[in-house]
Design a protein around this ligand. Structure first.
Ligand code: E4P
Length: 273
């Protein structure tokens, strides 16, 4: 099992890597925008900033960078640019391609076609914005290296469908939520974690080698449920990583241990210095 950090914030990436728990990084245009808002004026250029992320991640940690176009030819071109411009830094660039880039322009399958072509060019891909097992299968069929089902956004969608108010980090039960005596569902999917478990099962049925990255993760309990399924990767925001280490009884226990240290016991450590 691998943990990626879901951020484009260089300080968050550095800190989480220093904890020794991070195996990769995922970014998207929104995360890049957030980082730019924080570091604008402090960085020399976007290119240099991305190079710094890649260097910080290092050779063994893949970093996903997303394309910005919606048609196949442009996506392949952008993926090639990203790969040629940046992969030499640490040999860790993975290009993120939306499963369906359609903005009402009739190009539903351009993402799928782009992945297939990038596969033949040897450029690794992470298929993003996956909201159904069917989409995940299409990505796997054309040889995506990774597929990123958006767990939290499915939970958001299910709650929004019936008008339940929620905060982004709120827990959503993996076995679903009832509304008017019925499980809220999206074509049979009752939670983001449920979607993930179906993808995992289908990939196992057909021995797809595409790795599953649980994305759009919202809280520590959801991480636990993702890991129970046996996902290859969970890409986790910084605030959720920080939550994973916490428990009120751990804090209380620590305060008491420190309080209870006797002088004679302390002396052992002084003498050892
Ligand atoms: C990562 O690959 C995704 O872009 C990210 O997890 C989306 O998360 P969000 O739904 O919190 O924006």
């Amino acid at each position: 099992m691998k943990i990626f950090i879901d951020t484009a914030d260089i300080e968050e990436i550095r800190t989480a890597i220093s904890w020794g728990i991070v195996d990769g990084v995922t970014t998207n245009p929104t995360l890049i925008k957030k980082a730019l808002q924080k570091y604008r004026g402090k960085i020399s250029s976007m290119e240099e900033y991305i190079k710094e992320i890649l260097r910080t991640a290092g050779r063994l940690r893949p970093v996903s960078l997303e394309v910005i176009s919606t048609d196949k030819e442009k996506m392949v071109k952008e993926a090639t640019i990203l790969y040629e411009k940046f992969n030499y830094i640490a040999n860790n660039v993975v290009v993120k391609i939306p499963i369906n880039p359609n903005l009402g322009e009739g190009n539903d399958f351009d993402g799928v076609m782009a992945v297939k072509e990038l596969k033949s060019l040897g450029i690794p891909t992470n298929v993003t914005l996956v909201m159904t097992p069917e989409q995940a299968v299409l990505a796997a069929k054309v040889g995506a290296d990774y597929v990123s089902p958006f767990v939290g956004r499915i939970d958001d969608y299910l709650r929004a469908k019936v008008g339940i108010e929620f905060k982004k980090e709120d827990y959503f039960p993996s076995d679903g939520m009832e509304y008017d005596d019925e499980l809220i569902n999206d074509n049979g999917i009752v939670s983001g974690v449920h979607m993930l478990s179906i993808i995992k099962e289908i990939f196992a049925n057909y021995r797809f080698s595409t790795k599953i990255i649980a994305a759009s993760v919202r809280n520590a309990r959801q991480v636990r449920e993702i890991l129970e399924i046996g996902c290859d990767v969970a890409t986790i925001p910084f605030y959720v990583l920080k939550d994973m280490i916490k428990h009120t009884k751990t804090e209380e226990g620590m305060i008491n241990f420190v309080k209870d240290v006797e002088f004679e016991y302390k002396e052992i450590f002084w003498k050892g210095e």
